[in-house]
Design a protein around this ligand. Structure first.
Ligand code: DON
Length: 309
């Protein structure tokens, strides 16, 4: 199977799915994201044996947005342990849009899972660090380890654009502060969260993270353990149940690979025994998932029988 997936095949598939870019829209609620070109498409596969194949605009940098929620969860779990984290954030999918406040009102004691914004904001609050910059600095160092690339930074323009307009996320934080899920300054937690979402990668770096998760938390090149196996498993389980928000059910049926999307149009997929797959295509469907990313992962999964189910 592996040898079949050549750069030429991936290029051909990218060309086949390119027209779907016009079935969706580039995110516009963060002004800096609205300038992305919907035809800027890229895909990379990093296998667990270390080989890789990629196609399209592989140099294009995009911000992680909600994909960062998987990595902040891993770090918060490593910082605090499972009991502490899951006393404050639940494990159940919601079937609601990612920024919905509705469930918080129904279940004020804790947000339902760490992939919706409420849960992710609570998780960011749990990352060790006295200041937002210390938390984000620790998350960046963790991502440097995951990718073996110390050049990765966050995009300041995207972070400040989102910070200025994140009124719903502020509301979620105030709500959670009222119910003592978070403490301290709402502005500081939001500052850390918006910087976390603005961390910039390309598809090759992201696919390597997917491969590390597929390799039970060990770095592919060195074999060094970076995430404990049981925590890597927790992250992948959330990717299955909540990674594509209120489209997680149909994605599980059509693709069947643990995956997490972000509103920049990127998708991180991780498949045990196979490796990591990263796709970038900024045009989004009405749930906030990359239209081209979903199409391409569906093609790959069907052609190579990759579903875990
Ligand atoms: O909280 C937000 O609005 C964003 N920074 C992240 C949202 C996101 O990526 C949702 N994804 N599909």
């Amino acid at each position: 199977m592996k040898k079949d997936i050549t750069t030429e095949i991936l290029e051909e598939w990218l060309n086949n799915v390119r027209p779907y870019a016009y079935d969706g829209q580039v995110a516009n609620y963060i002004p800096a994201l609205s300038r992305q070109d919907p035809e800027n498409l890229a895909v990379a596969i990093h296998y667990i044996d270390g080989d890789s194949v990629e196609a399209g605009e592989t140099e294009a940098m995009f911000t992680l947005q909600s994909i960062s929620k998987v990595l902040s969860l891993a770090l918060a779990l490593m910082d605090n342990g499972e009991d502490y984290v899951f006393e404050r954030v639940g494990m159940e999918p919601t079937g609601d849009p990612f920024h919905s406040i509705y469930r918080l009102e129904r279940t004020p004691s804790k947000p339902l899972n760490p992939m919706i914004n409420a849960g992710a904001l609570a998780v960011t609050h749990m990352i060790h660090g006295d200041t937002p910059d210390e938390k984000v600095g620790r998350l960046l160092s963790f991502i440097h380890e995951l990718t073996d690339d110390h050049s990765i930074r966050y995009n300041e323009e995207v972070a400040s654009n989102e910070f200025e307009t994140a009124f719903l996320n502020r509301s979620l934080l105030f709500y959670m502060k009222q119910h003592r899920i978070v403490t301290g300054s709402v502005e500081e937690t939001l500052d850390a969260y918006t910087k976390q979402c603005a961390i910039e990668l390309n598809v090759c770096q992201l696919a390597r993270i997917g491969a590390l998760l597929a390799n039970e938390g060990r770095d592919i090149a060195s074999g060094r353990r970076i995430i404990p196996k049981h925590l890597a498993r927790i992250c992948k389980t959330f990717m299955v149940t909540c990674g594509m928000y209120d489209a997680s059910g149909s994605f599980a049926i059509k693709v069947g690979i643990p995956a997490k999307s972000g509103v920049s149009g990127s998708v991180l997929a991780s498949l045990n025994g196979f490796g990591g797959i990263a796709v970038y295509g900024p045009s989004l469907d009405d749930k906030g998932n990359s239209v081209v990313g979903l199409k391409l992962l569906e093609l790959l999964s069907n052609r190579y029988d990759l579903s875990i189910f």
